[in-house]
Design a protein around this ligand. Structure first.
Ligand code: URA
Ligand code: ZN
Length: 385
């Protein structure tokens, strides 16, 4: 009897009802407001003030399950969408809201249906949230990590690039990396700020909707954040950290040799790291959200190539292992179809891209579609978490 291959979506968001209610009370971004009887979401600093339409797709669990059914997605690992709790300024509010939202998400997942034919597996799992804001104490962060580890259906945490205000190379985050690397939690690193204060000039005066912040700003932000983390030696000190990069790592795969070369020509940095920068690229995980077969294959090649750049003697290049670190995602409920078509092009494009990667055999494609996620997140093994 052949076992059904599962499709697992690891990049899919929601605003839990408690979070959406919170955004509705606000009068500046991030906020949900009503215009002409339609609710709209305003979250990015550099987006048109009209924001974008928002509806039950963002908070109603039945809508998530309907979307999954429509696209034959068996399991989703759901995360709160940006900007998480970053905008709060009171540590006690952030900690309390993080705990409540983590409980809400655990309940959202734990009460979801099971996967047909897979006894112990639920259809929904989650990434929890940390109260990552300026002024938060280390103890509060570690307490939230501990709380999440005790919630069986939360398999990781999602975070933005700002840390507690100074980015992910902030020495104050060291205890957090240490704590996370001692758990099985996967850290999903997701952008929100784009180019930040540089965006106004970079994007120019022409009205281009959300295209530049999402297509360029987001990936550049992720690339910068993870490069800073690598440069700070975080991976050298915590090699067991499991970091999953949104949007296939942004520009990191494309720039990794350039980053390595710049490091090796920089007198300040050249002796700082244990390995060539390309090696760290092979230690990360990447969503398969890049919409093209060539890009999909390229990212896998670069991940695989990185294995040769370990400083461990005898390390060899193994290009074909790259697929093991790539995982299907949709970015739902963002990027809905503009017309009336039922299925979402943003989903179909990524599925087709996986299917068309040259040199990937069926087993590689199945791994990216779901097998890798089941293994990385230990889906269905909630007791041993
Ligand atoms: N736009 C966002 O703000 N976040 C996403 O995750 C995708 C699109
Ligand atoms: Zn996303």
């Amino acid at each position: 009897m052949s076992v059904r291959q599962l499709l697992v979506d690891i990049h899919t968001h929601c605003y839990l009802p408690r979070y959406a209610a919170f955004l509705r009370q606000r009068s500046f971004a991030p906020r949900i407001f009503t215009r002409n009887q339609e609710e709209r979401l305003l979250i990015l600093d550099d987006e048109p003030l009209s924001g974008r339409p928002v509806g039950p797709q963002y908070w109603d669990r039945d809508e998530k399950l309907k979307f999954m059914d429509l696209h034959n997605i068996d399991v989703s690992i759901v995360s709160t969408a940006n900007p998480w709790l970053d905008f709060l300024d009171k540590p006690s509010t952030a900690s309390q809201l993080a705990n409540e939202l983590n409980e809400d998400l655990e309940n959202y997942c734990a009460t979801s249906p099971g996967v047909d034919g897979f006894d112990t597996m639920k259809r929904l799992y989650g990434f929890g949230l940390l109260p990552l804001i300026k002024g938060i104490g280390t103890e509060d962060l570690l307490q939230t990590v501990k709380h999440i580890t005790g919630l069986p259906h939360l398999k990781g945490i999602i975070m933005g690039t700002r840390g507690i205000g100074k980015g992910l190379d902030d020495p104050a985050l060291e205890p957090l990396w240490e704590a996370l690397s001692n758990t099985k939690l996967v850290v999903f690193l997701h952008p929100h700020y784009g180019l930040g204060s540089g965006a106004k000039e970079a994007w120019g005066d022409q009205e281009n909707g959300h295209v530049l912040p999402l297509a360029i700003g987001f990936p550049v932000e992720t690339t910068t954040a993870i490069t800073r983390l690598i440069l700070a030696g975080v991976y050298d000190r915590h090699p067991d950290l499991k970091i999953l990069l949104a949007h296939s790592g942004g520009a990191l795969p494309q720039l990794s040799s350039r980053i390595a070369s710049c490091i090796s020509h920089d007198p300040l940095v050249s002796s700082r790291l244990k390995h060539d920068a390309r090696y760290y690229v092979s230690r990360l995980y990447y969503d398969a959200v890049n919409y093209g077969p060539e890009e999909m294959g390229f990212v896998a090649d670069v991940i695989g190539r990185g294995t040769a750049y370990s400083s461990i003697p005898g390390a060899r290049e193994d290009r074909l292992v790259g697929y093991k670190r790539m995982l299907f995602g949709t970015d739902h409920p963002f990027f809905p179809p503009l017309g009336k078509e039922a299925k979402w092009a943003s989903v179909l494009e990524n599925l087709q891209a996986i299917d068309e990667v040259q040199r990937w055999e069926k087993e590689h494609k199945n791994a990216v579609r779901g097998g890798n996620a089941i293994e990385l997140f230990g889906l269905g093994h909630e007791q041993g978490k």
